[in-house]
Ligand binder design. Structure first.
Ligand SMILES: Nc1ncnc2c1ncn2[C@@H]1O[C@H](COP(=O)(O)OP(=O)(O)O)[C@@H](O)[C@H]1O
Ligand SMILES: [Mg+2]
Length: 360
């Protein structure tokens, strides 16, 4: 199976600064890949390296079977869709769409027809004669997309295209971009710092930190089996709870350190590896009657959005619990918590790497 884009052993230095470290990434034709990670982790640098706007220092970049390391951007046949829509303000939508074709010498009538076809796909048919200032944020975003589509590129590259939009429009555009990708049978690489965007839009999520790919895989695989504490804390909202712990003497329990020690019996074999960090997602904790409780905690803050209640414990570290029902709880009240031991994540406290547990 050939890949549309393939990076192997890619490093990028800005002077002495090591911005990309040993990047290996294969992007299948037709896939939607999200690059996600905190600000400054190298997402844009990686995307710009694909586009040829940055040169890579070492390694190989292959696009559609051709080595592209030294090929200039316009010959790579990729289309970049930016966050600031970068539309030409003095041109109509139609002129914005046809511009890239016209400068390549495509005949006016042919370019016009191409613009009309793309506009029909992206729902802009009635707006071809408008100027960018006469469009809403969502419509401008669609023009930016259309301008990329009209070039029929080998892949679409998106750099945080939705960050300027309000929350409701962002959710709408997420679906619109993904469905456009599907209809066109496109290959897309999408940069975002928003893990929800990455999880909901992509087939393949690449989590980066400090220029390194920490983990890549299908969205739910990252959620279910994060390889380290960083990925565990980055994927999922609200973030996973982390609790320092030590293995119990019988190999089937953990002592959690929540200010006071709490022993939790498990039906799983806990490796005897010294200090651990336990990871529990807020949505995997249940409030239960005292006799069923695995952990007992004092309530700190209770917040409700109507549909969902967020409970934060008055412990160090704080534990967050998310429940669907409303809860009449008051500050300082003790609650019992329970969880399915299969939802427990264990990390080595020192290396922060995932430790597997097994059914005991
Ligand atoms: N042209 C540049 N010269 C020097 N350092 C840069 C340059 N561009 C980006 N960087 C640095 O490289 C790191 C990664 O940047 P970037 O790829 O823009 O991160 P992200 O898009 O994930 O927020 C940052 O620390 C940034 O300061
Ligand atoms: Mg960026």
């Amino acid at each position: 199976m050939s890949h549309q884009i393939e990076l192997s052993g890619v490093n990028k230095y800005y002077g002495a600064y090591h911005a990309l470290r040993d990047i290996d990434l294969k992007i299948r034709k037709g896939s939607f890949v999200a690059l996600v990670g905190p600000s400054g982790c190298g997402k844009s640098t990686l995307l710009r390296s694909l586009a040829g706007l940055e040169s890579i220092s070492t390694g190989d970049l292959v696009i559609a079977g051709e080595r592209m390391n030294n090929v200039p951007p316009r010959k790579r046949d990729l289309a970049m869709v930016f966050q600031s829509y970068a539309l030409y303000p003095h041109m109509t939508v139609e002129q914005n769409l046809t511009y890239s074709l016209r400068i390549r010498g495509v005949k006016k009538a042919v370019a016009k027809r191409a613009a009309e076809e793309v506009a029909a796909t992206t729902g802009l048919s009635n707006l071809l004669h408008r100027y960018p200032r006469e469009l809403s944020g969502g419509q401008r975003q669609r023009v930016a997309m259309s301008r990329a589509i009209i070039r029929n590129p080998k892949a679409f590259l998106f750099d945080e295209p939705l960050s300027n939009l309000d929350a409701a429009l962002r959710v709408h555009m997420r679906k619109e971009i993904r469905s456009l990708h599907d209809r066109l049978g496109a290959t897309s690489v999408y940069v975002t710092h928003d893990q929800i965007e990455a999880m909901t839009m992509a087939d393949h999520v690449v989590v980066m930190r400090h220029g390194v790919i920490e983990q890549q895989g299908a969205p739910l695989d990252l959620y279910d089996r994060p390889v380290n504490k960083f990925v565990a804390g980055f994927i999922g909202s609200p973030a996973m709870n982390f609790i320092p712990a030590t293995p119990g003497p019988n190999g089937r329990s953990l002592t959690l350190d929540l200010g006071m020690p709490q022993i939790v019996a498990l039906d799983r074999a806990v490796p005897q590896v010294g200090k651990l960090t336990v990871g529990l997602r807020p949505e995997h904790l249940r409030i239960v009657a005292d006799q069923e409780a695995m952990v007992r905690l004092p309530v700190g803050v209770v917040e409700s959005t109507g549909s969902t209640t967020y409970i934060t414990s008055a412990t160090v570290p704080e534990i967050t619990v998310v429940v669907g029902e409303r809860q009449a709880l008051s500050h300082g009240q003790m609650i019992g918590l329970s969880f399915d031991p299969r939802h427990l994540h264990l990390f080595d406290q020192e290396s922060e790497r995932r430790i597997e547990t097994t059914d005991a």
